[in-house]
Design a protein. Structure first.
Lengths: 115, 114
C-alpha cells in the first residue's frame, strides 16, 4: 500500500531564507508524486508533480522538488522565501487499485514566513 | 473558466439535520471526488465517481451518500448530521483516473454540526 509522511507539521522561515519541506513516501511500485499548496480559505492548487523522467521537477512560484528513489523522498524546496509563500503544503502519492487510482495525502506542513 | 465550484461555502447544522453539498465542474472531467479535511489528518477520500451514474466508496464513507446524475455535478449528502462530521469538505475532479493525472480542487465547504 502507498503512504506519505510529511516531517514537521509547522515550519517557520525568515523572508529570503531557504524553504525545505520534507516528504517521504512508501510505494511498492514506481510512484507518481505531487505537491499541492493550500492558501487560507482556499482549495488545493497543484505546485508540481513527478511522474517519470527527470528527477528534479520545477513547479510554480519558484518551487522545485527532487525525486530520490534511494531515499524514498520527494522534498520541496525554494531558494528564497517570500511572504506570499505562507500556506499549508501537502505531499501526495498515487494509490493504485479499485475503480480508479486515488491520491493519498500527507498530513500537511504549515509554512510561516517571518519578515 | 470557473473550474470546480462548491456550494454552499459555509453551513451550520444541528445534530440530526440533513443537507446536500453540491459540486459542479466545467472542465468535462470524467472523475470526481469528495474529501474531508480535518486538522492534522490531511485529506481523506469519502466517495468518488468514475463517470456519470457511477459512485464508489473511499476511505471514510460512513454517514455520507453521493450521486452523480449529471457528468458535471457530484452531490454529497448527509442524511443525519453528527458532530463528528464537522469538517471542511473538498470536491475535486480529474480528466482521467490515470495515476499521473492531477486533481483540480474547489474552494471547500466549511460545515459545523452543533
Amino acid at each position: 500500500a502507498q503512504s506519505v509522511t510529511q516531517l514537521g507539521s509547522h515550519v517557520s522561515v525568515s523572508e529570503g531564507a531557504l524553504v525545505l519541506l520534507r516528504c517521504n513516501y512508501s510505494s511498492s511500485v514506481p510512484p507518481y508524486l505531487f505537491w499541492y499548496v493550500q492558501y487560507p480559505n482556499q482549495g488545493l492548487q497543484l505546485l508540481l508533480k513527478y511522474t517519470t523522467g527527470a528527477t528534479l521537477v520545477k513547479g510554480i512560484n519558484g518551487f522545485e522538488a527532487e525525486f530520490k528513489k534511494s531515499e524514498t523522498s520527494f522534498h520541496l524546496t525554494k531558494p528564497s522565501a517570500h511572504m506570499s509563500d505562507a500556506a499549508e503544503y501537502f505531499c501526495a502519492v498515487t494509490a493504485y487499485g479499485g475503480a480508479t487510482n486515488k491520491l493519498i495525502f500527507g498530513t500537511g506542513t504549515l509554512l510561516a514566513v517571518q519578515p | 473558466n470557473a473550474g470546480v465550484t462548491q456550494t454552499p461555502k459555509f453551513r451550520v447544522l444541528k445534530t440530526g439535520q440533513s443537507m446536500t453539498l453540491l459540486c459542479a465542474q466545467d472542465m468535462n472531467h470524467e472523475y470526481m471526488y469528495w474529501y474531508r479535511q480535518d486538522p492534522g489528518m490531511g485529506l481523506r477520500l469519502i466517495h468518488y465517481s468514475v463517470g456519470e451514474g457511477t459512485t464508489a466508496k473511499g476511505e471514510v464513507p460512513d454517514g455520507y451518500n453521493v450521486s452523480r446524475l449529471k457528468k458535471q455535478n457530484f452531490l454529497l449528502g448527509l442524511e443525519s448530521a453528527a458532530p463528528s462530521q464537522t469538517s471542511v469538505y473538498f470536491c475535486a475532479s480529474s480528466f482521467t483516473g490515470l495515476g499521473n493525472q492531477p486533481q483540480h480542487f474547489g474552494d471547500g465547504t466549511r460545515l459545523s454540526i452543533l
